[in-house]
Design a protein around this ligand. Structure first.
Ligand code: RTP
Ligand code: MG
Length: 145
C-alpha cells in the first residue's frame, strides 16, 4: 500500500491564534486525548501568509479570504497531527460547526467559542475535512512526515 494512505487515518488540526492567545491549547489537547486520538506531531508555529494561502487555497477569491489569512497570521498557531480510526470526521465532531454561536454544547466551539460579533473566523480550531485535505495539509505543515 502507498504511504499516502496510512492504515490508521491522520488529520491536521490547528489551534488557531484565538485559541493560543486565550490559553485554550491545553484544554483542546485534553479533549483530543480523552477521545483517544494519538498525537503524531505537535508544533507551535507562526505561519507565513504564503503557507496560509496554500492551506486555504480552496477559499481564494472569497470575501473572507484576506481577513482570514490576516487573522491566522496574527499570532502563533499550534499545529497538530492526530492519528486514530475515524479521526478526520471524529475531530470535526469534537470541534462542532463552523459558527461558534450555533455549535452544539459539548463541542470545542460550542463550549469555548465566543461571539465576537465579527466574521466566524475566530472559531478556535481547524480540522481537515477529507482524506485528500488531510494528506495535503499534513504535507504543508509537516513536510518531514
Ligand atoms: P476549518 O476549515 O477551519 O476547520 O473550518 P470549517 O471547515 O468549518 O470552515 P471552512 O468553510 O473551511 O472555512 C474555513 C475558515 O474560514 C473562516 N470563515 N469565515 N466570514 C465567513 O463567512 C467565513 N466563513 C468561513 C472560518 O475561520 C472557517 O473556520
Ligand atoms: Mg474547512
Amino acid at each position: 500500500t502507498s504511504s499516502a494512505s496510512p492504515a490508521v487515518p491522520r488529520t491536521l488540526v490547528l489551534v488557531k491564534p484565538d485559541g493560543v492567545r486565550r490559553g485554550l491549547a491545553g484544554e483542546i489537547l485534553r479533549r483530543v486525548e480523552a477521545k483517544g486520538y494519538a498525537l503524531v506531531a505537535v508544533e507551535l508555529k507562526h505561519a507565513t501568509e504564503e503557507l496560509l494561502a496554500q492551506h486555504y487555497a480552496e477559499h481564494q477569491g472569497k470575501p473572507f479570504f484576506a481577513p482570514l489569512v490576516e487573522f491566522m497570521s496574527s499570532g502563533p498557531v499550534l499545529a497538530i497531527v492526530l492519528e486514530g480510526q475515524g479521526v478526520i470526521q471524529g475531530f470535526r465532531s469534537l470541534a462542532g460547526t463552523t459558527d461558534p454561536t450555533t455549535a452544539a454544547p459539548g463541542t470545542i466551539r460550542g463550549d469555548l467559542g465566543r461571539d465576537w460579533g465579527l466574521d466566524v473566523q475566530q472559531n478556535l480550531v481547524h480540522g481537515s475535512d477529507s482524506d485528500e485535505s488531510a494528506a495535503r495539509e499534513i504535507g504543508l505543515w509537516f513536510p518531514s512526515l
